[in-house]
Design a protein around this ligand. Structure first.
Ligand code: NDP
Length: 329
């Protein structure tokens, strides 16, 4: 067995965490030989902390071989002490009548201090994945605050993996193959309804996806279904898509930490200007992971249709960045 690593999860009493904690504890994220110390973080509200205690009792009752210990925290400063992997799930939900700018600002108040605490308290090589929405701009805020204290913005990602997995599943059911046979799906941009699920480079059982599905299906079915899948799940289930979001978070962190085996995975990472996207914003890109790091895949062709969609989602992220400008100073 390896030496235990510390995995911090915020919003630990919430819905997504209720799936995520158990997947991390079972070894799905970091492998069957990697013990974990769980640092579970919640807001300092007695009822919420009580609920988290209940979740912890359940984790204990699973007697997971890989769980070294479980910690409960009500502040990022203590919760991120020595953290190796941070999953930032807790976020302020949009309240009735709340404008997008208000939502962004309210979350800035959460993710700025968390970024700073990660930079000053966590392990130097901490990997941070933001799940809480608006995930891309929350990641930008955390990375900016953390970078003033020495955190490299490349250490802070936003999750677009659920959209990536949803795109694979839609293509699999349309073409009658298993998702394992689908490669090179890309989610460009924001984890929002402007995201662009792109199949221009996708292969299905070794054949070009573009030869197997029509442009009409892509525009009228595939893209809107992937973009609005979250809303469809709320309508059907009466609750948001928590288990699939947790599963995608596990996939993202596992590939980042252990490698994507040469496969393209979509990750929200700070733009370095690749594909003409504004530098700095946290944008969904095709990435390949190895040796605990990621690279944005370069040199893919971008046709006129894709460029239009990539610009729409880029513009939304530029607007979000402008709305929180004060928090980035
Ligand atoms: P969830 O666990 O369902 O969701 C948490 C966050 O993940 C939300 O921002 C949600 O966005 C986002 N999310 C991203 N992808 C998805 C997806 N596919 N489906 C659903 N959500 C997605 O929320 P709960 O309310 O159950 O739990 C949140 C917990 O966080 C609470 O226990 C609360 O106390 C805590 N919290 C912690 C804070 C902190 O650490 N400082 C601050 C605020 C809350 P969306 O809202 O768009 O659904």
């Amino acid at each position: 067995m390896k030496k235990p690593v510390k995995v911090a999860i915020t919003g630990a009493a919430g819905q997504i965490a209720y799936s995520l904690i158990f997947r991390v504890a079972s070894g799905s994220m970091l492998g069957p030989d990697q013990p974990v110390i769980l640092q579970l973080i919640e807001v300092p509200v007695p009822e919420v902390l009580e609920k988290l205690k209940g979740t912890i009792m359940e984790v204990e009752d699973c007697a997971f071989p890989l769980v070294h210990s479980i910690e409960l925290h009500s502040s990022p400063e203590t919760g991120f002490e020595g953290t190796d992997y941070a999953l930032l799930v807790g976020a302020r939900p949009r309240g009735p009548g709340m404008e997008r700018k208000d939502l962004l600002t309210a979350n800035g108040g959460i993710f700025g201090p968390q970024g700073k605490a990660l930079a000053t308290k966590a392990s130097k090589n901490v990997k941070v994945l933001v799940v809480g929405n608006p995930a891309n701009t929350n990641a930008l805020i955390a990375a900016t605050a953390g970078s003033k204290e020495g955190l490299n913005p490349r250490q802070v990602h936003a999750m677009v993996r659920l959209d990536h997995n949803r795109a694979i599943s839609q293509l699999a059911s349309k073409t009658g193959v298993h998702g394992n046979d689908i490669d090179n799906v890309i989610i460009w941009g924001n984890h929002s309804s402007t995201q662009y699920p792109d199949v221009s480079h996708t292969t299905i059982g070794g054949k070009k996806a573009r030869d197997l599905v029509t442009q009409e299906w892509l525009e009228k079915d595939f893209i809107p279904v992937v973009q609005q899948r979250g809303a469809a799940i709320i309508k059907a289930r009466g609750l948001s898509s928590a288990a699939s979001a947790a599963s995608a978070a596990v996939d993202h962190m596992r590939d980042w930490a252990l490698g994507s085996n040469g496969k393209i995975v979509s990750m929200g990472v700070p733009s370095d200007g690749s594909y003409g996207i504004a530098p700095g914003i946290v944008y969904g890109y095709p990435c390949i992971c190895k040796n605990g790091d990621y690279e944005i895949v370069q040199g893919l062709s971008v046709d006129e249709f894709s460029r239009g969609r990539m610009t729409i989602t880029e513009n939304e992220l530029r607007e979000e960045r402008a709305a929180v400008e004060d928090l980035l100073k």
